[in-house]
Design a protein around this ligand. Structure first.
Ligand code: ATP
Length: 275
């Protein structure tokens, strides 16, 4: 494998790509998962590759929803396991009643075993979804097969990196949905009660942090305050628009790396990084 030099301006992004390429060779991630990652990368780029204030608010509310749920479940697919098994474990530690369930579109026994092993290696104690025995209506694929101790009885599902069909099927069951999805236009983000428009690993860690105060004084069970999901998506789109307007004026940085002031062509003003 090609070594990525630390000095490369896109070091972090290249590392993630290399990790996913490895995971696809190991069978953890399917080729379709690589394409989904590409779409997310583009949105992360447009959003500034950091957590926006709007995403931070959504992450706070996501923690509140998990804390207020009677039966919260985090759904894990191959990309989630490959990108963020450690952060999944951290979130599960932060809220021990949060169940972790494997749910896959491309399901084979080997893949399920590989994903469960990746999660356990990072410290997830109980992994559900190994022998799903319940089918949820409206989802003909394997994603409709769920664990009787997990999604089948969940009142709240955290669904990172999901497609819209599944989000809609869960919504029809009356399940509250926290989505983690960098695309504010996706059906999943539009269906979610709390759309967290942020990169997966960043989002999981922040939600874990935001859960801490709720451990001392948990909210009443089954309580979910209203969240302005449409407003959160609009805010992400505004951020993208703002950044696109500024970027289209900015000259590419001179020389190597990101050091030194950057000037925007034409205006003579320094370009600023925007959230
Ligand atoms: P929908 O049906 O909801 O419109 P879709 O068909 O685009 O969604 P998929 O192709 O399954 O759904 O993609 C899953 C979603 O996960 C995409 O919207 C993508 O932006 C998002 N995604 C992928 N990787 C990440 C990541 N690391 N962090 C956050 N979001 C991600």
């Amino acid at each position: 494998m090609t070594r990525v030099p630390r000095s490369h301006p896109r070091f972090a992004s290249l590392l993630v790509r290399a990790r996913l390429a490895r995971a696809s060779k190991n069978g953890l991630v399917v080729p379709e998962g690589l394409i989904a990652h590409g779409r997310a990368e583009a949105f992360d780029y447009l959003l500034g590759e950091r957590t926006t204030p709007g995403a931070r608010r959504a992450e706070r509310m996501a923690a509140r929803y998990i804390a207020g749920a009677r039966w919260p479940v985090l759904s894990v697919n191959g990309n989630v396991a490959a990108l963020a098994a450690r952060q999944v474990a951290e979130l599960a530690r932060a809220w021990p009643s949060l169940k972790v369930e494997i749910n896959l579109f491309h399901r084979t026994p080997q893949r399920v075993r590989a994903i469960a092993a990746a999660l356990r290696r990072e410290g997830v104690v109980e992994v559900l979804g190994l022998r799903p025995s319940v089918r949820i209506a409206g989802l003909p694929s394997d994603r409709g097969r769920v664990d009787a101790r997990g999604i089948a009885r969940a009142d709240l599902c955290v669904i990172p990196l999901e497609d819209g069909d599944r989000a809609e099927a869960l919504q029809r069951r009356g399940v509250r949905i926290v989505a983690i999805d960098l695309n504010p236009l996706s059906r999943t983000a539009r269906v979610a009660d709390v759309p967290v428009i942020d990169e997966l690993s960043r989002a999981l860690l922040r939600i874990a942090q935001e859960l801490r105060p709720w451990r001392r004084r948990p909210p009443s069970a089954g309580s979910f305050p209203r969240f302005d999901a449409g407003g959160a998506r609009q805010e992400a789109l505004r951020t993208i628009r703002r950044r696109l307007n500024r970027r289209s004026l900015a000259a590419p940085p001179r020389g190597r790396g990101r050091s030194g002031p950057r000037r925007s062509r034409g205006t003579g003003r320094r370009s600023r990084r925007t959230p």
